[in-house]
Structure formats: C-alpha cells, structure tokens
Design a protein around this ligand. Structure first.
Ligand SMILES: [Zn+2]
Ligand SMILES: [Zn+2]
Length: 296
C-alpha cells in the first residue's frame, strides 16, 4: 500500500524533475555548443527544410505550406515543454513507483542483461532497435483502439506533408509512447544520456519521413522508414484489406515488412492525406489538444 510519506516522496521527485530540467533547458538555450540538444533540433530542422526547398517532390506545394506555423509551434511544445521537462518529471516517478512496487516483494534488482559491459555503439544499437519495436507496437494500438485513435487523429490531420508535420501530435502520445518504452529500457539499465543520442537520430529520420522528398533510400527502404513509404501511412483512403492503416514504422520499416503491415502500391506523391471526417477536425493547437477529451 502507498503510504502518505511515499506520496510526498513522489511529489518531491516530480517537483525536483521540473526544476532540474527547467535549469537544464535554460542552460541549453543560453550556451550554444556541439553537444547542445536545443540547437541540434533547430539545425536538423533547418537542414531537412533546405533539402525540401531545393529538391521538392511535389513542386507545386508552397514552401510555406498549409499548417506550417501550427507544426512549428508543435515542435517547440512537444519537444521542449513537454518531452524534456514535463515528461521527465512524470517518468522519474514511474521508475521510482516501479522499484517501490518490486520492493514490496523484496526484489531489489531486476537487471537481467548487463548492457553496460558492452561497447557503447552496441548499447546504442540495442537501445535504438528495442525502442523502435516498442513504438511500432504502440503506434498500431493508437490506430486500433478507438480512445487512443482520438488522440492520434491530431497527427493524421496533416493535409500537406513537410518535415515539421513530424511533430504535430497530441501531448498524450508522449505519455503512451514513453511509458511503454522507458520502463523496460530503464530496467535493462539505459540512462537518459543514451536516450538523447538515439533520440536525435530518430528526429532526423522522422523529419525526413514527413519531408516533401522523393526518397526511399533504395535497398535500405526495407530497413528504414522513408518519405515514399510514410506518405501512405497518412493516406485518407485506406485499402479494404487494411482498415486500420499500414506502414506503422517509426524509424525502421523492417517491422512492417516482417509482419506484413507494409503497403506502397504506387507513387504516393499526390494522394489525399488525412482521415475520414477530417473536414470537421479543428486546425488550431488549443482545439486539437482539447478535442480527444470532449465527448461527442
Ligand atoms: Zn499513425
Ligand atoms: Zn506521420
């Protein structure tokens, strides 16, 4: 049973995480350098945007396409305010709750695999592949479970694709994804530092997946998700045999090919994007954020 003293401990963890990450963020923004998360995200965004402007797939799509400002706002909201500050505060409690729960059964250590003995690049590779597979599964649930789909609709409300559409998603998605992924990864002993390196790599791939680029990386398309594949994930009209959608891959496409959820029937350059009924979906941040909580 959770005692009152414990509740205070969790509250402390929550508040400390907030102030720690707030300080961290202020420090990041005020000290530009090569290991700086904030400037890497901006650099990656500008980089992918420039390629898109130089060699666009849909030549008639405006550089300042529909939704560009909304999505730029989403980058800052989802990445900094929520992902770095708010989410870490919640996840630190998650880890503490979990170890307290194990403590009830007098289990002190559940680390089954000693990953920290392995070379760093092997650790990063394991982290990347395991996290991606977990996310692929979560993504399928977002499409199949009606309550979760209400949140995921925000991401599918994109009507014109560009790199920053990547970050248009409801903040609850961070909770769904990270809870499913952080707990098992923390159990095998990965720290937040490793998360950041892997995370930047996934940001680059994710930006490219949504970019206005005619790329599929040739034979690597069967390993990595890519713009020509992910655009079909956003198709408004779904094939009869795939009523919940297809191409659920986040960074890797290999899971879709392995489990037969892949679908790239033709060049998807000009297919209509969205979902059934998206005409009535709000196009402002605040209304999109509230939408899943409102009973219809
Ligand atoms: Zn989706
Ligand atoms: Zn997407």
């Amino acid at each position: 049973m959770l005692k009152f003293a414990n509740m205070n401990k969790y509250l402390d963890i929550f508040l400390n995480s907030f102030s720690d990450y707030f300080n961290y963020l202020v420090n990041e923004v005020s000290n530009p350098n090569w290991s700086n998360y904030f400037y890497w995200l901006i650099a990656l965004s500008v980089f992918v945007w420039l390629i898109e402007i130089l060699i666009p797939w849909r030549k008639n799509q405006p550089v300042f396409r529909k939704g560009i400002w909304l999505d730029t706002f989403y980058i800052f909201f989802n990445f900094f305010l929520f992902s770095l500050i708010g989410y870490n505060a919640i996840s630190n409690i998650g880890v503490e709750l979990f170890s307290d729960f194990l403590g009830l059964f007098e289990i002190k250590n559940i680390v089954a695999i000693q990953v920290n003995q392995l070379p760093v690049w092997v650790q990063l590779l394991i982290l990347f592949v395991v996290a991606d597979f977990i996310q692929w599964n979560v993504h399928i649930l977002l499409h199949r479970i009606p309550v979760l789909w209400e949140f995921h609709k925000v991401h599918h409300s994109v009507k014109e694709m560009s790199f920053n559409a990547h970050f248009r998603f409801h903040f609850m998605e961070t909770i769904f994804y990270k809870t499913a992924q952080y707990i098992p990864l923390a159990m095998i002993g990965f720290g937040i530092q490793e998360f950041i390196i892997v995370h930047l790599f996934t940001v680059l791939i994710g930006h490219l997946n949504h970019a206005n680029l005619n790329w599929n990386y040739g034979p690597l398309q069967y390993i990595f998700n890519n713009p020509r594949m992910h655009i079909w994930h956003h198709a408004k009209e779904l094939p009869k045999h795939k009523p919940f959608g297809m191409n659920y891959g986040i960074s890797l496409s290999i899971w879709d090919y392995l489990f037969k959820t892949n679908y790239v029937p033709k060049n998807g350059q000009n297919i209509e994007l969205g979902f059934e009924g998206d005409e009535d979906f709000p196009d402002q941040f605040i209304h999109q954020t509230k939408a899943p909580f409102i009973r219809k």
